[in-house]
Design a protein around this ligand. Structure first.
Ligand code: PHE
Length: 451
């Protein structure tokens, strides 16, 4: 029995990405998702636009990128899934709880994420049937509201999404996750650029561009700072062990710093393009850019209705939104599946099914109560992920140390000349920045007006 369980563990620890492009595509596939195309525009819209964008860029570079590098390195140096990775680096103490909270967070995100992904799948179906053709902007908004108030539709499409995600994860790391990411990510990029160009051409008064590019710093409230940080973590899939798990699959030949930087650049580019795609047409069709989670679903169908071959574009766009969601959703499911594979000593397929079944309950809750979806969205991005990232980054100086970190980051992949800079940020800036931003959010809740 023991020998058998060791074989299972060995099987899992031998899984990995086959190439550099594959590793970047998979990690970028995790990062680029609904967070970029659905979440980024509405959070940016709600927080005033350009000033928020600048803070978001700064946080991505100074706070999120060091966390991403650390997660990759912790995963690769141990070659283990979340809880075991932290436990094997710090056998004493409660550090393994970082991995455990990652697993809990994965449940929370997976359940609401697949509901939104289900909407994108439903919209793909609506585009194929032509149901979105020739609708007025008011009818487009009405269609979205009808979707939200129909739990059965939301549940069915959420289940289909979970099934597709499960199919890829069950196929394994290189045959599932890597293979599909490599095919789908480039197509997504091309489509976003095409739609961006069309959307920009509708913005005759450049209102959308101004909204995204001319900052008004008076709109930067402490809430906006927390949201920017939360968005940076959510978008780069940080703070819950996704990138730690993927780090374990990256070959020792890869330079982790380069890999992380490429992922952050791709992720930012897609979010920025999504902004360029959505704000111009939001202004062109009189949709409030801060109109919340419905923004993408209420603006883009109008653009497609104005385009030659609009229906084809709509099918392409929503299909690729589905694809972006699937590549992210598989990375969340992978955290759960790899955890249950080692904890319960079961094979990949069973662990995948088990994880999906556990998260379906929450998914149904989010389909029936949109407020629960909003709550989970906020809870994960603004509280769970930043807290997870805080402990992960504390772990680096306290339990891993500069030498081991440097060795891992460089491994066989060449020098990381900015290592001192990374380590300085990781040790002295990132934890305090997260804490400061967090406290600035919590104080007003407690009735203290410090800012
Ligand atoms: N980064 C993904 C997105 O932008 C969401 C995600 C969050 C994935 C956390 C994994 C972990 O859509």
């Amino acid at each position: 029995m023991r020998a058998f369980s060791n074989i299972k563990k060995l099987e899992m620890s031998h899984e990995g990405f086959g190439s550099k492009i594959g590793a970047i595509a998979a990690a970028a596939g995790s990062a680029v998702g609904l967070g970029n195309i659905w979440r980024f525009p509405y959070v940016t819209g709600e927080n005033g636009g350009a000033a928020f964008l600048l803070v978001y860029i700064a946080f991505t570079l100074i706070i999120a990128l060091p966390v991403l590098m650390s997660e990759f390195a912790i995963g690769r140096t141990t070659g283990k899934p979340v809880t075991d990775a932290f436990r094997s680096l710090a056998p004493k103490g409660k550090w393994y709880l970082i991995g455990f909270s990652g697993v809990v967070c994965a449940f929370v995100i997976l359940s609401f994420y697949n509901v939104v992904a289900g909407w994108t799948l439903y919209y793909t179906y609506l585009s194929i049937t032509g149901a979105l053709n020739n609708l007025s902007p008011a009818e487009v908004t009405q269609t979205f509201n009808n979707t939200l108030s129909d739990p059965a539709t939301c549940i069915i499409w959420m289940l289909v999404m979970m099934g597709m995600t499960g199919y890829v994860v069950a196929r394994g790391v290189s045959e599932g996750i890597e293979k599909y990411s490599k095919i789908l990510m480039p197509i997504l990029l091309v489509l976003i650029i095409l739609i961006c160009v069309r959307s920009l051409s509708l913005d005759t008064e450049n209102k959308g561009i101004k909204f995204l590019l001319s900052p008004d710093f008076s709109k930067l409230t402490p809430r906006a700072l927390v949201e920017a940080l939360g968005q940076a973590f959510f978008s780069l899939s940080l703070g819950m062990g996704t990138m730690t798990t993927y780090g374990a699959y990256i070959s020792k030949k890869q330079n982790l710093a380069k890999c992380a930087t490429s992922v952050a650049i791709i992720d930012f580019m897609v979010a920025f393009l999504a902004g360029l795609m959505i704000f111009p047409c939001a202004f062109a069709f009189g949709v409030n850019p801060g109109s919340g989670p419905g923004l993408v679903f209420e603006t883009l169908p109008n653009v497609f209705n104005q385009m030659p071959m609009g229906q084809v574009m709509a099918i392409g766009f929503f299909t690729l939104l589905v694809v972006a969601a699937v590549t992210s959703s598989i990375s969340i499911l992978e955290v759960l599946a790899s955890y249950f594979m080692t904890k319960l000593n079961i094979g990949r397929k069973r662990a995948t099914v088990f994880s999906i079944l556990l998260s379906i309950g929450f998914g149904i809750g989010c389909s029936v109560f949109p407020t629960m979806l909003d709550f989970f969205d906020n809870l994960s991005a603004n509280i769970l992920l930043p807290l997870g990232a805080f402990f992960i980054i504390l772990f680096v100086p306290l339990k891993v140390g500069p030498e081991r970190m440097r060795n891992e980051m460089e491994a066989h992949g060449g020098k990381f000349t900015l290592f001192p800079c990374y380590y300085f940020l990781a040790k002295y800036i990132v934890p305090w920045a997260i804490l400061f931003i967090f406290i600035s959010k919590i104080l007003p809740w407690l009735g203290i007006n410090a800012f």
